[in-house]
Design a protein around this ligand. Structure first.
Ligand SMILES: NC(=O)c1ccc[n+]([C@@H]2O[C@H](COP(=O)([O-])OP(=O)(O)OC[C@H]3O[C@@H](n4cnc5c(N)ncnc54)[C@H](O)[C@@H]3O)[C@@H](O)[C@H]2O)c1
Length: 257
């Protein structure tokens, strides 16, 4: 006899940048699969809305904490509060990310470079500093980093962003081998351009023509939807993926082929 139950039943999960776009859908999917969720974001209104929506379906299963993932004190404080309340963390999704608007590389300011690397790369390091001791003490854990097809198949106009996502992929793979003996799995998900507020920045505008042009470069003929990404994250986060670590899973309708 098989009973249907959520693949993340009883898990304690965290998603950064969970107040918008992919992160909001990742949070909803993890909660739907049975996880208790903490949403971290600098956008209190967005994070609050997502948590409210989840709690309307499963009361008291989600909370919001304000956290800038590029600041060590914020990340340390958030991890401490979650462990105090829930006694463990099973799944941590590094989803928060920023980009510069599509532009020639030499027009991207040093300030933007620093910001992109702080949010897209340094945050992975800062979260690991706090999570690895927790994971070691409890016997393991799973990290899923939202990278991008930009880190595999870079195109002009997004060079600094592309480099940050390339770093996120290698960070994931390197952490995967370093922490495998601790039963810590680290995987990356690489979405193709998707329907979120960031899309206009990636494409340098958002018109039906630009969308059609981009969709034509994807063998399956469309942009990604937040649910596509959330489904991949939920699988990699679950025990069903217990033998999978260090992959950079393209969720891209075949774009990187
Ligand atoms: N949308 C796409 O086309 C696409 C494609 C590939 C990869 N990605 C990646 O997916 C992830 C999510 O992007 P999205 O499109 O959903 O973007 P989004 O702008 O809709 O959401 C990003 C969220 O991250 C939050 N955030 C930004 N800086 C933060 C910080 N310092 N600390 C905490 N939270 C912060 C924002 O407030 C926002 O809620 C990013 O890592 C992005 O690079 C997006």
């Amino acid at each position: 006899m098989s009973l249907r139950y959520g693949s993340l039943q009883g898990k304690i999960a965290v998603v950064t940048g969970g107040g918008s776009g992919f992160g909001a859908e990742i949070g909803k999917k993890l909660a739907q699969e049975g996880a208790s969720l903490t949403v971290l974001d600098v956008d209190d209104a967005g994070g609050g809305r997502v948590v409210e929506e989840i709690n309307a379906h499963r009361p008291r299963s989600a909370r919001f904490l304000h956290c800038d993932v590029s600041l060590r004190d914020d990340v340390a404080g958030a991890v401490r509060r979650i462990v105090e309340a829930d006694e463990r963390i099973d799944v941590y999704v590094n989803n928060a990310g920023v980009t510069h608007r599509n532009a020639p590389m030499l027009e991207v300011s040093e300030d933007w470079f620093d910001r992109i690397f702080a949010v897209n790369v340094k945050a992975l390091y800062l979260s690991a500093l706090e999570l690895v001791p927790v994971f070691r003490a409890q016997g393991g854990g799973a990290i899923v980093n939202i990278a991008s097809t930009a880190g595999i198949r870079p195109r002009p106009g997004l060079t600094v962003y592309n480099a940050s996502k390339g770093a996120a992929i290698l960070f994931s793979k390197s952490m995967a081998v370093e922490f495998a003996p601790d039963n810590i799995r680290v995987n990356a998900v690489c979405p193709v351009a998707g329907e979120t507020p960031l899309l206009a920045e990636f494409m340098g505008g958002d018109t039906p023509e630009l969308r059609a042009k981009f969709a034509a470069s994807v063998p399956l003929g469309r942009l990604s939807q937040p649910r596509d990404i959330a489904n991949a994250v939920a699988f990699l986060a679950s025990d069903e993926a217990s033998f999978i670590t260090g992959v950079a899973l393209e969720v891209d309708g075949g774009r990187c082929i």
